[in-house]
Each structure stands twice: as C-alpha cells, then as structure tokens.
Design a protein around this ligand. Structure first.
Ligand code: ZN
Ligand code: ZN
Length: 339
C-alpha cells in the first residue's frame, strides 16, 4: 500500500509499505480522510506531541474510513461499516485506567504517534479503538471526530456556567470548534481573538458574537465594552505570548484554559499577583478521555459545524506539500484524502 512515512525531523516520503497485519481483535480500515493536526506538524518539526514519536512512523490520528477486514474475534464492526478511530487506546489495567484517569494510562497506544496511523491507504487498529458512524454520514465529517473530542475534554474542564462570557484566542480549526462548543455549552457570548481576517469572518458565520483582530485593535478595551466579565478564556494558539494575553484578558474568577500545545521547552512568565487578584484558575487539557462517543453524537446532530474549518484537501501522493508549505494551512485545516 501507499503511505506517508515519517523518517525524522523534516523528512517525509510517500512510499510503498506492506498492508498492516490484522490480529484476532483488530480491524483493518481503508482510510478515506485523515486530518493534519498541529501535533503532526510538531512531530514533523522534530518536537514530538502529547506522546513522543519514533521514526519510521506513519503519522495521522484524525481519520475515517471503511472497514476492510476484521479479525476472528471482532464483534462490534463488520466490513463495509463507516468508522473512525480513537487514536488513544488504553490498557484498562494500570493505576490510571482503574482510577478514572485513563488518558494518563502508562501503557497507552497512540495511533499516528506511537504506532502507525492514518496517512496511508490502510490502518490496523484494536477493535476497542474503532467507532461506528451512521451509514451515509459524510466521511470527511467523521474524520473530525478526534479533534472535536479533544475540544470536548477541554470544554469539560472549563466548567462553563449557562450565561458565561467566553473568549477564544486563535481561530484555527480547534479554536472554531471550541467556540461552537462553548456556545452549545451555555455561553451567553462567545468572542474570538484572531489576526487572520478569513478566520474571523468564518467565526462570525459559525456563531461568534464578536471577532477581534488583536494586532490592529485594543482587545482589552473591546472586551470592557462588550462584556461584563470574561468568565472563561480558551487559548488555542499554543504560544507563550497568547497564554500571557489569556491571563491578561481573563475576568474575575475566570478559568484560563491553555488548550494550545507549546513547544516542550517553552516557559511561561506570569505574575502571581494577577492570578491572585483575579482568583484565576489556570488549567490545561490533555488528549480526549471519555469524550469520543459525545463527539460522534454532536457531529451526527449537525449542531457543531466541523468541516467548515477545512481549507485544503489533498491526495496522499501530494501529502508532503501540506507539511512543507505553511500557506496551505494558513486559513484552516488540511486533510489528506487517502483513498
Ligand atoms: Zn490531533
Ligand atoms: Zn492503562
């Protein structure tokens, strides 16, 4: 089969590799669409993601496809089913799995990060990681399940109260999903800070009440004018500067969600006095525990628009371009069409 293989920092090639073996409890998926995540870019740049990646590796953890073949012990899916995969497969036996913190599993498998993933014609996964979609669902929508489930975990940890005012920093795919989930979760007002005009326009279309250009306007003054108190700030850029902005722009008693992934050695300078005087809660969100089924339910409901954030779809043979050319990812999400 054809696959996009990562050979180390800035080294990616589309090449022929064997179709993966399928064990008794495994499912072979013919991949349709696989999204390119910020994590993939971090790995490509040699920085690693939530888990460290060892080449050679087929990346890609946001994928949908059709079941091609199943192992003898598989019961929940059958050939022909439209499925998506939760790339984070837990052991169920370690301390964390047994204590309601499965995302800290010490034997975690992450398809596309620690094991081969979806930037290929076929991917083999454990049955327990495979989720079925209603027949007839757009497979491009199904490929957005993983990023939406990560956002859902973040939203869970923001503890939005009905009527809260929520600020999202960064209008990439993750920012725009969080924005819609915040609204769905009861926010009375959702505001986006984003320098790229196309992303601000899309945010307004997707339900933002206000979209601010942080380069050309005084964000603090605009927030004072439009909000009573910013209760939740969701930082979706992953730079120390925007995290500092989040602390600065947060209201009294606010939760600051550091959703964006920074480089592993980034260091944050914050004034404890500011945290103290505003009684801020600084928190973060690690992968996607207990949110995959809900992400599927939300996508099937159509209440959150996820494919609107896709700006580029390229075939597997052209996939390297997406990594080399930042311009292809400037206004939204890039997706690889594998077969
Ligand atoms: Zn991802
Ligand atoms: Zn475990």
């Amino acid at each position: 089969m054809r696959a996009l293989v990562y050979h180390g920092a800035r080294s990616l090639r589309v090449e022929d590799v064997p179709v993966p073996e399928v064990g008794a409890k495994d499912v072979l998926v013919r991949v349709l669409f696989c999204g390119v995540c910020g994590t993939d870019i971090h790995i490509y740049n040699g920085e690693g993601g939530a888990h460290s990646a060892t080449p050679p590796l087929i990346m890609g953890h946001e994928f949908s496809g059709v079941v091609e073949r199943v192992g003898a012990g598989v019961r929940s899916v059958a050939p022909g089913d439209l499925v998506t995969v939760d790339p984070n497969a837990m052991c169920g036996e370690c301390y964390f799995c047994r204590n309601g913190m499965q995302h800290f599993c010490t034997n975690n498998i992450a398809y596309g990060v620690t094991r081969d993933g979806g930037f290929a014609e076929y991917a083999a996964c454990r049955e327990s990681a495979v989720y079925k979609y209603r027949q007839g669902t757009d497979p491009l929508l199904a490929a957005m399940t993983e990023p939406l489930s990560c956002c859902l975990h973040g939203i869970d940890l923001c503890h939005i109260r009905t009527g809260d005012e929520v600020l999202v920093i960064g209008g990439g795919p993750i920012g725009l999903m969080n924005l819609q989930l915040a609204k769905m979760g009861g926010a009375s007002k959702v505001i986006l800070s984003e320098p790229v005009e196309e992303k601000r326009a899309l945010a307004l279309e997707l339900g933002a009440d206000l979209a601010i250009d942080p380069i050309r306007s005084d964000v603090k003054a605009l927030l004072a004018e439009h909000c009573k108190n910013v209760n939740v700030v969701i930082e979706c850029v992953g730079s120390v500067r925007t995290i500092a902005d989040a602390v600065d722009w947060a209201g009294m008693g606010a939760t600051v969600m550091m959703f964006g992934l920074t480089g592993p050695d980034a260091e944050l300078v914050v004034k404890p006095d500011v945290i103290f005087k505003k009684e801020l809660k600084l928190t973060s969100s690690f992968i996607n525990p207990y949110s995959f089924e809900r992400a599927i339910a939300i996508i099937e409901s159509g209440r959150v628009r996820v494919t609107e954030t896709v700006s580029t779809v390229v075939g597997l043979e052209d996939a390297v371009r997406v990594f080399e050319d930042e311009g292809l990812r400037r206004t939204g999400k890039a997706v690889i069409k594998a077969t």
